[in-house]
Design a protein around this ligand. Sequence first.
Ligand SMILES: Nc1ncnc2c1ncn2[C@@H]1O[C@H](COP(=O)(O)OP(=O)(O)OP(=O)(O)O)[C@@H](O)[C@H]1O
Ligand SMILES: [Mg+2]
Length: 363
Amino acid sequence: MINSIADNFIIYGDYVRSKPFGSGHINDTRLVTFNEDGREVNYIFRKINKNVFKNPEIVVSNTLLVTEHIRTKLEQQNENDILRKVVALIQAKDGKYFYVDENDGYWSVLRFIEDSYTVDFVETTEQAYQAAKAFGEFTKQLSDIDVSGIKETIPNYHNLKSRLKTFDDAVQIDAAKRVNRVTKEINAVDKNRNLQEEIAILLNNGIIPIRIVHNDTKINNVMLDDKTGKGLAVIDLDTVMPGTVLFDFGDMIRSSTSPVEEDKADYEEVKMRINIFEAIVQGYLSELKDVLTKSEIENLVYGAEVIVYEQAVRFLTDYILGDVYYGIAYEDHNLVRAKNQFALLDSIQEQKEEMEKIVKKYI
Ligand SMILES: Nc1ncnc2c1ncn2[C@@H]1O[C@H](COP(=O)(O)OP(=O)(O)OP(=O)(O)O)[C@@H](O)[C@H]1O
Ligand SMILES: [Mg+2]
């Protein structure tokens, strides 16, 4: 199967083997090995998830524009090791950068970034620093890309207003008859609705500029160098599209600062770890402090609040709808996720002043 997909791409050598790769749960990712004149060469084959990305061709065309832009920059800067510093799409034999299989599956192939690894969970401040620096550099490299060519791969991705509308409708309809179990959480949603109003003002009035950002800034989307542990390249570019750094930064804080995974019920343990926060700020601003506007920098912490709130609302909405979007392993899984995110939001709100102080330290 993989063999016949590979036939459609410009790959030299003979197919050797293929295995599932990474811990990603959105796309189908495989490590595929070829023999090129006695030497083993690896590629990543990815089947784009069409439930999430309704228009996979946009995903590929965005990735191509973004990676070519970054590659050109790296060349101009006379960087060495460029093959490990930016993702490279392999061309298909028909000139495109994807192949559609007989089941309408969209495949793209990437050059494998050798001698590198990803971590799924932040253990050290150094990892947090390196990942944030890599995302910062990514945004810096893209700060002068022609925005008009890049399209939205998921419309309304971080549109909190529409997320809240979906939530309100779900509560109204109460299809799964669960609303009476979540009175406390619904109150928490209501208590924070001002976050939506404030972010809308910042975005709609152009106070926060639209940039090409990553939109999925989890630590395992950064390849780290085997030898040095330094950030090499940012991967998983499916959600790269116009957006704001507030949300890229916010999602780093959301996904990396809690010592407890987002679906664990140890709410007491859920905390925004301030040392990890500081490492993220330091890494991110080491690349971006001269690129971002004053209002962007001033609203980074606010971005974290918004993103954590948004995620809590999305989990709670899915619970109320009867678990239609997020996969669940047990009945209350989505409720646990929502409570976990509300606990993280509380922790962020308690430490806001301290967080703002830290941001000021690095500008
Ligand atoms: N070009 C590459 N070179 C080396 N390893 C890669 C490359 N692309 C992906 N990987 C590995 O495969 C894993 C999954 O890849 P990726 O993040 O693109 O998939 P995904 O399904 O979209 O992930 P997720 O669901 O976590 O967002 C990565 O964490 C990384 O370890
Ligand atoms: Mg990923």
